[in-house]
Design a protein around this ligand. Structure first.
Ligand code: MRU
Length: 376
């Protein structure tokens, strides 16, 4: 039996009709290429990372973003740092620089730990190659894991479609971009969507614009469009109304960090969607790979660090002019103060289920333990 090759057999998400990952090692084996997400949706450009500083800045400036992709980039970043300095001091310095980039997505620390454990016991001469190999495997594993999330989430969507008497489209609301662009391939929240679309289930996705950086309007819309999944971009405040009027069958979002008890940190605004879903009896699922689970914490509100980003992301907005130039304009009065929290915490009680690579479980310690008995 042929061994499945992760790139050939599971790469699914298409750009201009071709499968493509969001991150890949350069041919020279000493650089890493990523899609520059700050340029989307207006241009598909590749950024080359050659140093640990390049990788750290790519994460900070959101050239790459989304919890699993942040982890994958950090893993390669550590390898790039070790090519330059494989000593213990070099390892510590690279790790410290990468760890300080963004605080909320726990995949970052998970990936740094994975690579560190793989190399710390090795002689300096072998560290960089071992780190590189581990980073490549983190990417390949992410593809397989997200594909599995897609399979389990497909069953959820199938059940909803059956419940609707297989009539009309299944209307799915998603927030931010927990898509292909947030992972190496497939996405987490979008993996079930791509699998259901491929299985012939009629779908329509409500895409929250996701202020202030508009990951929904810019990124989710772009990737769904390339994969011919019908969608409508909505303003962030529309979700409640849509749920009240019965045109949302299910919400599926991603997670940057899930506690051992099932609380979920995700892009700011997720909590409000969960509240509206709860009030209207709309199922609210969170799709996540196990490296997004922080097994060391139990109380999301108390224990998950919430990133605060520059007020300029709130006071200004960028877009493409009719002539094609990208311009940034001010939205607020000169001198207006602004606060920019990147994430919020949705308590487990508002989550219908967690869709993981091992199956769907309740958002609770018992639920997580049933799927990951070795981790709790
Ligand atoms: O600030 P971002 O764009 O990195 O935030 C991304 C999200 O909130 C995603 O929903 C989350 O990382 C899950 S990605 C599969």
């Amino acid at each position: 039996m042929a061994v499945p090759h992760p790139l050939r057999d599971t790469a699914r998400v298409l750009v201009d009709g071709h499968p493509m990952r969001t991150i890949w090692p350069g041919d020279d084996g000493r650089t890493v290429d990523v899609i520059d997400q700050t340029k989307l949706p207006h241009a598909l450009e590749v950024a080359r990372l050659a140093t640990v500083e390049d990788a750290a800045r790519a994460i900070e400036e959101m050239v790459v973003r989304g919890a699993p992709l942040i982890g994958a980039t950090a893993a390669f970043g550590l390898a790039l740092g070790l090519f330059a300095d494989p000593s213990d001091a070099g390892l510590d310095a690279a790790r410290t620089r990468l760890a300080e980039t963004r605080p909320t997505a726990v995949n970052l620390m998970w990936a740094l730990d994975e690579v560190t454990h793989a190399v710390a016991v090795l002689p300096e001469s072998r560290r960089a190659d071992a780190a590189w190999a581990r980073a490549r495997r983190i990417c390949d594993d992410d593809v397989v894991v997200c594909s599995s999330i897609g399979d389990h989430g497909l069953a959820v969507i199938e059940e909803i479609w059956e419940h609707k008497g297989r009539r009309g489209a299944v209307n799915i609301l998603t927030h931010c971009n927990a898509g292909w662009l947030a992972t190496v391939d497939w996405g987490t929240a979008t993996a079930p969507i791509y699998k259901a679309h491929a299985a012939g289930i009629p779908l329509h996705v409500w895409v929250d614009e996701t202020r202030p950086r508009n990951q929904g309007a810019s990124l989710t819309a772009w990737e769904l469009g390339h994969n011919e999944v019908p969608y409508s971009v909505i303003v962030d405040n529309a979700g409640g109304h849509l749920m009240q009027t019965g045109v949302v069958d299910v919400c599926v979002v991603g997670s940057d960090r899930t506690t051992a008890t099932g609380d979920v940190a995700n892009k700011i605004g997720t909590y409000l969607k969960a509240l509206a879903a709860h009030d209207n009896g709309v199922p609210f699922y969170v799709a996540l790979p196990s490296p997004s689970i922080d097994w060391t914490i139990r109380d999301g509100l108390a224990d998950i660090p919430i990133e605060e980003r520059s007020p300029a992301e709130v006071t200004h907005i960028a877009g493409r002019e009719a002539g094609g130039s990208i311009v940034e304009v001010r939205l607020t009065p000169d001198g207006a103060g602004a606060t920019n929290y990147g994430f919020d915490v949705t308590p487990a009680r508002l989550v219908t289920g967690l869709i993981t690579e091992r199956g769907v479980c309740a958002a609770s310690e018992e639920g997580l333990r049933s799927l990951f008995p070795d981790s709790i």
